[in-house]
Design a binder for this molecule. Structure first.
Ligand code: PNS
Length: 163
């Protein structure tokens, strides 16, 4: 029996956008099992709590039966080892992503050379989207229906109503 291929799609997902969802859906076609792992990015301030992010990601990935959404407080590579991942999948939007992604990949490879990092080019329709931009537009009541699923749009509206 051949071993099933396992991927981890890591991110801060604060909140998940159509750009992330596109990468997750494409990873699901290639890998037998895909863990969407919510991790801490120490250089970013969070809007949604880890539990809220998990609920939102779970809500918009319901149609994908080989996805599991997990929160992990620690190093990405430790999570990958825990779930015996073969690969880390990241989306690449533009050249501006490259430098940070190269650092991340090189460090993760240093920590564990057996786990390969692979990049999927973001769909052109979503190459300008980031969670930070979505939050900014939502905060001032701008239109975000083309860039996040309805569940996320509602959650953002609710969040900014509370603040
Ligand atoms: O969506 P993001 O914010 O670009 O994702 C970055 C993330 C969360 C994947 C990265 O910050 C991360 O891996 N955090 C967990 C701690 C860790 O392993 N840091 C990287 C060591 S090279």
């Amino acid at each position: 029996m051949t071993k099933s291929k396992i991927a981890v799609v890591p991110g801060s997902f604060d909140p998940i956008t159509y750009g992330h969802l596109d990468i997750i859906e494409r990873a699901c076609k290639i890998f037998d099992k895909v863990y969407v792992s919510v991790l801490r990015n120490s250089s970013k301030q969070g809007l949604f709590s880890p539990d809220e992010r998990i609920d939102l990601i779970s809500g918009v990935t319901k149609h994908l039966d080989n996805v599991e959404v997990v929160q992990f407080d620690g190093l990405l590579i430790d999570f990958c080892q825990q779930v015996k991942a073969d690969a880390i999948i990241r989306g690449l939007r533009a050249v501006s992503d490259f430098e940070y992604e190269m650092q991340l990949t090189s460090m993760n490879r240093k920590l564990d050379s057996q786990i390969e990092t692979m990049y999927i080019m973001t769909n052109n329709n979503y190459s300008f989207i980031s969670s930070s931009i979505v939050k900014e537009v939502a905060k001032y009541g701008g239109k975000i229906e083309d860039i996040v699923p309805p569940l996320i749009e509602d959650a953002l509206k609710e969040k900014f109503k509370e603040q």
